[in-house]
Design a binder for this molecule. Structure first.
Ligand code: TYM
Length: 337
């Protein structure tokens, strides 16, 4: 069998980028025969970026309801909250001890902070916590704990998965005694949606405040977000260049191949941006409307979601605990005998 694993950080409401880049491909993969899947809410990761407990709790509920509304089948997928698995922070420490500081110096998330500090004339590490600095190690623990082969993610996570491979290799080399204690994971990135653009054309991201939320605010909020997608100033009737418009990239992520062709042809022939956005909204709603109905039901039943997550945590720990026991043995932490 073959294992697929992915997680989402619980700091905001899920957006189209999370859905197209991670949730949709992960659920598709989970339906293939012979696949075992582990999908989780990365709430330890949330603590790195967010110190608002209410927001983390709300985000966790929204992300959980989104996975379930999107069709996650809990009889096939182990679905859990990271912080319910104490084996993960334990593994995090074991991995921390074999990870070189130099590797973490190169991590994008940390480098982005230090670069910004430098540009602003501040001290290099101003505002950088050890959580942010070591973030890729915790992510490696998430992945290696469950011996995942494939990790469906957007492009922004590829570096982290490569780092998880490096850490796994080092650990295997040091302690495996010829055996593979960890599987080397691979990123599974979908072309076309690897970096879904946001309203302004940059990567859709909570930190750029340019997201289109999946369900928050309902159909009305979706419509008003789509209206705010930035387009060039060509007038109705004027020919548009489909290749230079991020509205087209967004459309492609939700449309059938024939619809994509037609959209391009019509834009070149002068389709107005307003009408183009209306068409995008239609393909979006075709996918999202049925999910939104399920989402609204689920979000009103946090207790039922909690029960699902507790079931998932039990299954996840049943997989994690034996591996951790094997690792403790391998590194010299076993009991006297
Ligand atoms: P996070 O919460 O930032 O994003 C969750 C998933 O959504 C993808 N994504 C996108 N894909 C395409 N276009 C976009 N604009 C876009 N924005 C976000 C992300 O690539 C990601 O797949 N560190 C991770 C969470 C995590 C994790 C893990 C993932 C923790 N442990 C282990 C995989 C395996 C994160 O912050 O993703």
């Amino acid at each position: 069998s073959h294992r697929v694993l992915t997680g989402i950080t619980t700091t905001g409401t899920p957006h189209l980028g999370n859905y197209a880049g991670a949730i949709r491909p992960a659920i598709q993969a989970s339906r293939q025969p012979g696949v075992e899947s582990f999908f989780f809410l990365a709430d330890y990761h949330a603590l790195i970026k967010c110190d608002d407990p209410a927001r983390i709790e709300r985000s966790r509920l929204e992300i959980a309801a989104t996975w379930l509304a999107a069709g996650l089948d809990t009889s096939r997928v182990v679905f859990y909250r990271q912080s319910d698995i104490p084996e993960i922070p334990e593994l995090n420490w074991l991995l921390t001890c074999v990870t070189s500081k130099g590797l973490m110096n190169r991590a994008h998330a940390y480098k982005a902070s230090t670069d910004a500090n430098e540009a602003a004339g501040e001290e290099q590490d101003a505002g950088v916590t050890m959580g942010l600095y070591c973030y890729p190690i915790l992510m490696a623990a998430d992945i290696l704990m469950f011996k995942a082969h494939k990790v469906p993610v957007g492009r922004d996570q590829i570096q982290h998965i490569e780092m998880a491979r490096d850490v796994a290799q080092r650990f295997n080399h040091l302690f495996g005694a010829g055996k593979e204690l960890f599987i080397l994971p691979e990123a599974a990135v979908e072309e076309g949606v690897a970096t879904l653009p946001g309203l302004d054309g940059r990567k859709m991201s909570k930190s750029y405040d340019n997201t289109i939320p999946l369900f928050e605010g309902g159909a009305k909020a979706l419509k008003s977000a789509v209206a705010r997608i930035v387009t060039d100033s060509r007038a109705p009737g004027e020919a548009k260049d489909p290749d230079s418009s991020h509205l087209v990239t967004l459309f492609d992520a939700f449309a059938q191949p024939a619809e994509r062709e037609q959209f391009r042809t019509d834009l070149r022939a002068g389709l107005a941006w307003g009408e183009a956005k209306q068409r995008f909204l239609e393909v979006l709603e075709r996918d999202l409307a049925p999910m939104r109905a399920r989402y609204d039901e689920l979000i009103a039943k946090p207790d039922a979601i909690e029960e699902i997550l507790q079931e998932g945590a039990k299954k996840a720990r049943a997989t994690a605990a034996p591996l951790l026991a094997e690792l403790r043995e391998a590194i010299g932490l076993r009991r006297f005998r």
